[in-house]
Write a protein that binds this ligand. Structure first.
Ligand code: NAD
Length: 510
């Protein structure tokens, strides 16, 4: 970050403008001053106690691995090792599932009101320890303290509160049906929202009377260990939630375990397909929350400044590591030059840097491997003939960082338009009519999210009902609430999480 200076930045018109025939719409090069004179405001991590080594959380206790196999977890903001984690092998997965199976005998027989009390207690401790958890989440994942403090942690607590409320009302959730739990739920989660994904899965599973074995991603195994401490503090009965750490090989062992009765997976479409093949022909119900390539559609009657803020939030929130990110911008031709210029101006003001600094807008990319994947796509975009623009802000000298990036002169067939890049990279295409926007928005194997920006209510209804995506926001983006179901169509997955829909994935109805 630049401290105590003012920089004068001259923005040149990008090629797309030069090629545009509508010369009147060309925004001239802009010379203006951007104040970057923010003093560092780092959140202290001095009071956070991190062990050198972590084992598993099985049967209510922290235990060592049977094989002694371990892996390092890296803090992406520096590249330093945070701690070593046990790598679960078959015997460890067996122990976790057997603990959950044993605990199910008692947990499923508790009344809903009793289960709800534990969940309320967990939610309240999460609130009490929320600042600490927010800091750990930043160190583990690279996300910014502003987002983990103001978005992730409030939502984590909200999910436990919300499902705590359903625990003794399952018969009202599914009127006229006999509701029973399933058994041991195996849950596998990704690295982009480690605690939030854990909350999305654990809270409804427990509310409905199931027990859990959960595996976090190999790059973010830390914060869930703090959640395990909270389960102990809340005196959650032993074995109700078990946590095993490891990579995809551990995940495979969990998916194929004969004693699981439910599988909930959030991650890439590629792994989701493998899991679907593995579970095909079994009676195990599964939900798959997979990748996305959301279209954010801006009409010429939208409020331009609001839309620009929405575009920024849609693609740069959480470094673009968001399954429902608005990574494809579709902008109506007449306002494209204005929107693109405003976007570039706004990108110049985004601070990329230390996730724990409260001024930071874009934190660290979660891992070296993910940064390499993003940079490869940026090179591919250039070789495909798209025009690259990146902000000129400085990057920290250590750790994994990427500047906010956009591409213009993009074709529908380009790899950068088709692939989920999962980073701060936006592709921009234009359209002339609503039908063209719908055609382009749906021209993807994914169907997770979308956004529409217009001041016409009728247009909102027309477009939102024509886009094949599980969640579509109008004049806003990336808004979440535990009462609202979330999930995908097509290659973005099967089933819903959140709301009563999320609860229905953890019950048997007869
Ligand atoms: P990933 O599929 O590589 O890994 C996800 C989890 O699956 C990790 O815990 C990993 O260890 C495990 N895993 C890997 N191979 C496995 C296998 N063969 N069997 C069982 N488990 C296996 O995904 P990622 O890179 O961690 O996460 C990013 C992806 O997650 C993106 O595609 C993103 O869109 C998606 N995602 C989707 C949602 C949603 O709600 N739809 C939410 C967040 C992230």
């Amino acid at each position: 970050m630049v401290v105590g200076t003012k920089e004068s930045i001259t923005l040149q018109p990008i090629n797309w403008f030069l090629m545009s025939k509508k010369q009147n719409n060309i925004i001239p090069p802009l010379s203006y001053s951007v104040s970057k004179s923010y003093a560092p405001a780092p959140e202290s991590s001095a009071h956070i106690h991190i062990e050198k080594e972590y084992g598993f959380f099985i049967d209510g206790n922290f235990s060592k691995s049977t094989s002694g196999k371990q892996f390092d977890s890296i803090n992406p903001s520096s590249g330093d090792v945070i701690a070593r984690f046990a790598h679960a092998q078959k015997a460890d997965v067996d122990a976790a599932v057997s603990s959950a199976k044993e605990a199910y005998q008692r947990w499923s027989k508790l009344s809903g009101a009793q289960r709800g009390l534990y969940l309320f207690r967990i939610a309240r401790i999460i609130q009490e320890r929320s600042r600490e958890l927010a800091i750990v989440e930043c160190m583990d994942s690279g996300k910014t303290i502003r987002e983990s403090r103001d978005v992730d942690l409030p939502l984590v607590a909200a999910h436990f509160f919300y499902y705590a409320g359903w625990a003794d009302k399952l018969h009202y959730a599914f009127p006229g049906k006999k509701v029973s739990s399933l058994g041991v739920a195996a849950q596998i989660i990704p690295w982009n929202f480690p605690l939030l994904m854990a909350a999305w899965k654990i809270a409804p599973a427990l509310a409905a009377g199931n027990t859990v074995v959960i595996k976090p991603a190999e790059t973010t195994p830390l914060s869930i260990m703090f959640l395990a401490q909270i389960f102990q503090e809340a005196e959650l009965p032993a074995g109700v939630v078990n946590i095993i750490t490891g990579d995809g090989s551990t995940g495979e062992l969990l998916v194929s375990h004969p004693d699981i009765q439910k599988l909930a997976f959030t991650g890439s479409t590629e792994v989701g397909k493998k899991i679907m093949r593995k579970l095909a022909g079994t009676s195990i119900p599964y939900t798959l929350e997979l990748g996305g390539k959301g279209a954010n559609i801006i009409f010429d009657d939208a409020a331009p400044d609001q839309a620009v803020e929405g575009i920024i939030n849609a693609i740069f929130f959480n470094q673009g590591h968001v399954c429902c990110a608005g990574s494809r911008l579709l902008v109506q031709e007449g306002i494209a030059p204005t929107i693109i210029q405003k976007l570039r101006d706004r990108m110049e003001t985004l601070i990329v840097g230390d996730p724990l600094d409260k001024n930071t807008d874009i934190g660290a990319i979660n891992s070296k491997a993910q940064l390499d994947k993003i940079n490869d796509h940026i090179k591919i975009g250039q070789s495909e003939g798209a025009t690259l623009y990146q902000s000129s802000n400085p990057l920290p000298s250590r750790g994994f960082y990427c500047r906010p990036t956009l591409f213009t002169d993009v074709a529908q067939s380009h790899k950068i338009t088709q692939d989920e890049i999962f980073g701060p990279v936006l592709t921009i295409q234009t359209f002339r009519t609503p039908d063209e926007a719908i055609e382009k928005a749906n021209n993807t194997p994914y169907g997770l999210s979308g956004g529409v920006w217009t001041d016409k209510g009728a247009k909102i209804f027309k477009i939102t009902s024509a886009i094949k995506a599980g969640v579509i926001w109008a004049n806003t983006f990336n808004k979440f609430d535990p009462t609202s179901p979330f999930g995908g169509y097509k290659e973005s997955g099967l089933g819903r999480e959140g709301g009563v829909h999320g609860l229905s994935a953890y019950v048997k109805l007869s």
